[in-house]
Design a protein around this ligand. Structure first.
Ligand code: FES
Length: 146
């Protein structure tokens, strides 16, 4: 068994080694979600990035994988977050030993990367609009709609 110390909740819970952190928290009626993400989340599929916690000393949990890191940085194509090494998605983290966890960590937006992604998304949207519109007009002309 491993002990999870929840700093914000001032609580400790005991879980089996290898337990999924999200399931362990929810089983003990502790939500890793805040605000609207309590309803709008991916239910542990590792896609939404809303179940973030801070693992205080970075020990007692499985290592962070590349997919998890990508979702932590950005779950949408037009913004990016600054993510420290000890920020984890509870749904992608297994408990390997005693661990201290802080729910609802403060995460900042990476302004430079967000600006780059916004420009990239804008260019893609513009090309989609131009070429999509052209093909739509051609298609409507072909079927003699216009
Ligand atoms: S619940 Fe969506 S990423 Fe963990």
């Amino acid at each position: 068994m491993a002990v999870i110390t929840l700093i914000n909740e001032n609580k400790t819970i005991e879980v089996p080694i290898g337990a999924n952190l999200r399931q362990a928290l929810r089983f003990n009626k502790i939500s890793p979600y805040k605000g609207i993400s309590k309803i709008l989340n991916c239910r542990g599929e590792g896609l939404c990035g809303t179940c973030r916690v801070e693992v205080i000393d970075g020990k007692g949990v499985s290592s962070r994988k590349e997919d998890e890191e990508n979702i932590l940085i950005s779950s949408l194509p037009f913004y990016a977050r600054k993510i420290e090494k000890n920020i984890r998605l509870t749904c992608q983290t297994n408990v390997t030993g005693d661990v201290s966890v802080k729910t609802f960590p403060i995460v900042e937006i990476d302004k430079i990367e967000t600006k780059r992604l916004l420009i990239k998304s804008g260019i893609v949207a513009l090309f989609t609009f131009i070429f999509g519109g052209t093909f739509l007009v051609m298609f409507l002309d072909m079927i003699k709609w216009i």
